[in-house]
Design a protein around this ligand. Structure first.
Ligand code: OMP
Length: 236
């Protein structure tokens, strides 16, 4: 069961992984009312994307600032306070206890929600091992979800492959945001833990983050509309 409070159209978050504001504005214009939620990550944020975030929020779109913060607590807290002034809906931090605690405390009094990135969707068990972890992906995702829940984090970022297990752990109190979404037949790219929109929604994802399958499509609006139809069908 999905929480009724999320409008179906808001469940698709388009990643504006583009070189600059001009390119982002052109894509947003092309997508029109097909898309209501945009994500601004490293590439665009470091190329003038933060004023665009503010502008988008003012124009009625929802904005996800994906900076995946991770630093000493004080630095994270001050960064969160700055992001909270942009009018964004979501901000990502890495799911480390000190970082999550600082972010949750610093977002008090604002409408910003903190999402904890559990294990990146480009990682598999071998990548975690190479990074020094001795837990597999599902065990680390679940351990981090439990810590995030205890610390009062608003939502989790994980692959949709873990969504069903995460729902069992955190119930419907936390938002589940799933990148690594690939419509059937789409190129995987560097993603390792992927799912189709239909299966992701069925597994319990609240929001689907989609970048290249839309930004690199010959007709981005057609690609976004197709994903929106899949989402609508999957939730009814
Ligand atoms: O935090 C994220 O949004 C994120 C977390 C994660 O584990 N994997 C992941 O792909 N993302 C982001 O989701 C988007 C996925 O883009 P595509 O692979 O092009 O659909 C990118 O902007 C990533 O930065």
């Amino acid at each position: 069961m999905q929480p009724a409070s999320i409008a179906p159209k808001d469940r698709l978050i388009v990643a504006l992984d583009l070189p600059g504001v001009t390119e982002a504005e052109a894509l947003i214009a092309r997508l029109g009312d097909s898309v209501s939620f945009y994500k601004i990550g490293y590439q665009l944020a470091y190329a003038g994307g933060l004023p665009l975030a503010q502008q988008l929020a003012k124009s009625g779109k929802k904005v996800f600032i994906d900076l995946k913060l991770h630093d000493i607590g004080n630095t994270v807290a001050r960064g969160v306070e700055s992001v909270a002034k942009l009018g964004a809906t979501f901000l990502t931090v890495h799911a480390y206890p000190q970082t999550m605690k600082a972010a949750v405390e610093a977002r008090q009094g604002s409408s910003l929600k903190i999402l904890a990135v559990t294990v990146l969707t480009s990682y598999d068990d071998g990548d975690l091992y190479a990074a020094g972890y001795r837990l597999n992906v599902s065990d680390l995702v679940e351990a981090r979800a439990q810590q995030a829940q205890v610390l009062g984090v608003d939502g989790l970022v994980s692959s949709a492959e873990e969504a069903a297990a995460l729902r069992r752990i955190v119930g419907h109190q936390m938002r589940l945001v799933t990148p690594g979404i690939r419509p059937a037949g789409a190129a995987t790219g560097d993603q390792k833990r992927i799912m189709t929109p239909t299966r992701a929604i069925a597994a319990g994802a609240d929001y689907l983050v989609v970048g290249r399958p839309i930004t690199e499509a010959a007709d981005p609006r057609l690609a976004a509309d197709a994903i929106q139809s899949e989402i609508k069908q999957a939730i009814t």
